[in-house]
Design a binder for this molecule. Structure first.
Ligand code: SAM
Length: 239
């Protein structure tokens, strides 16, 4: 069976949204992956179909009820081997490594929070893994879920063309990507760097590597610090 994302949300109409166009949209239409958006509100039981209530202990806003969300999760009938994610600014920041793992598996359940968040007991009781897409606060988990799914889907076999295999991208080797150029050869007085049009593949590769390293060291010292130490004689190999 194809890779599948099951999304629990109060706004199922937000899906597939932007994932219905371009690369992901064509792949969805051709059955390379599947998307199921389920309405949490369908599991509400009271007369008013309420899904939230005021926070215990006081404070602003509302909290998604544990009983309603747990019922929605249970009704989704998620196979035990599928990851169960909760989009959350408190979660572990999403990385390309985790995206790759998720893309290689059967596809996750993704719970989208709203309001001030969800009752802790459903996070614990249903074993939800909290995942953040960055240190800022969105108004709901849907846009975060769309970002996560998009990042996974483009890695699925057959979704990207061969020319964009994803093996030389930012983060694939722990580095940011080198600068890209295309025609015209001269743009507003700026030429394409000579080396890229030299036809010397080894020199091009070395230039790109050096650019990637310099960019990563300058912009992302956190990533740069994780690059394994280079072999001691790498720089002096020519001697
Ligand atoms: N009160 C929460 C807090 O301070 O951690 C923020 C709740 S936010 C307004 C509502 C929902 O948006 C969250 O439950 C989560 O599902 C989603 N969300 C917001 N920011 C996110 C982020 N950076 N990454 C992933 N999900 C996020």
């Amino acid at each position: 069976t194809p890779w599948r994302a099951t999304v629990l949300t109060l706004f199922p109409e937000m899906f597939p949204g932007p994932l219905g166009v371009s690369l992901a949209g064509r792949a969805l239409a051709s059955g390379l992956w599947q998307l199921e958006a389920r309405d949490i509100r369908a599991s509400a039981t009271d007369r008013h179909r309420s899904v939230d209530d005021t926070p215990a202990g006081g404070g602003p806003g509302m909290v998604l009820r544990a009983d309603v969300l747990a019922a929605a999760i249970d009704a989704a009938g998620i196979a035990p081997e599928r990851p169960r994610l909760l989009m959350s600014p408190r979660g572990r920041p999403l990385t390309q490594a985790r995206v790759t793992e998720l893309a290689q598996g059967p596809g996750p359940l993704i719970v989208c929070g709203r309001f001030e968040g969800i009752d802790q007991r459903v996070i614990d009781g249903r074993g939800l893994e909290e995942v953040s897409i960055g240190d800022y606060v969105l108004s709901g988990g849907e846009i975060a879920a769309l970002a996560l799914i998009d990042a996974c889907v483009r890695l699925l076999p057959g979704v990207m063309g061969k020319e964009a295999s994803g093996t030389e991208e930012s983060f694939s080797d722990g580095l940011l990507e080198y600068p890209q150029y295309t025609r015209p050869q001269l743009f507003e007085g700026a030429p394409i760097p000579d080396i890229l049009t030299s036809g010397d593949h080894a020199k091009v590769a070395a230039w790109r590597r050096a650019q990637s390293e310099a960019l990563t060291a300058a912009r992302r010292p956190d990533l740069w610090a994780q690059i394994p130490a280079k072999p001691p004689n790498r720089a002096g190999r020519q001697k």
